[in-house]
Write a new protein. Sequence first.
Length: 316
Amino acid sequence: MSTGKPRRTLRAIISSTVPRKWRVAMIATVAVGALAAAPLAVAQAAEPAKSDQASTDVSVTARPAFKLPFPGGQVWSGQTRTNHSPRLSIDFNRTNDDGDPVVASAPGTVSVVRDLGGSSYGKYVVVDHGGGWQSLYAHLKSFSVSVGQSVNYGTKIGAVGTTGGSTGPHLHYEQKSGGSAVEIYFDGAKALYFGTKNYTSTNGAASNPYTPKEVCGANYTQINSATLTADGKTVGRVYLMYYNGKNCVVTLKLSNLGKATATSAYLEPQGGTRGTDSGNFTYYAGPVVKSAAATCVKWGGSVGGASFNSPWQHCG
């Protein structure tokens, strides 16, 4: 509240209360202090607003529970280096990884699916996890998602490739907060900086990253399926699909994912020849496709020692 009295300057206060012999020195000291403070005021005015600074502070919102961007059980070598761009990203490799599935490392919504051609990230995907958090997957060989699609742990978003500024197949991976790359964490533990480390994925350990539609084709619809069990455990599932007069059979593994083990799928139209896909596969056997309009079919498949064999059926 105003007292109605005129404000007195510091010089006037000194002049009226301090002996003359000390006045000049005190006034000079105050003046020098004011000049020293002036440049600081200019520097502060040039700083970004605090709200801008907060957008890149990783402590603003809780970090998502990120997992390795590969199906559960797989082991990948992750490399970090000081000359990487950005510096806090990771390059993932393993033997014969070209075309291996890349999966979402946390639940979210796909915000970017883009192909930069022969430069930079090449084919890459960005997933928005909310709260300013994102994950980025680059140098992909192919895409399995579209913008706006919701993803969960283990949802396949693409395949390992060597597109863009890449000299060999690998996955370039980033975690971002407020638009900036930050230190990467998996299962609550910080990645190794700087060097190479083997990581084992816990991402969707019981789920196959492929779907029957993806293997047979987007237009196919499922008309039947059979569960494959061994020692009371589900080890796979055989699917019978149909589209435009053709059947398709695929066997998806649900055990030993990412490891080459005995898997098969077959389809036989009545009066025709049987088609079979059999071998040591990492995720699925098939697709086996046969024309079977208005024709009965036998179909089946196996994972390890568990198998299913249908009678003649679906004759319409």
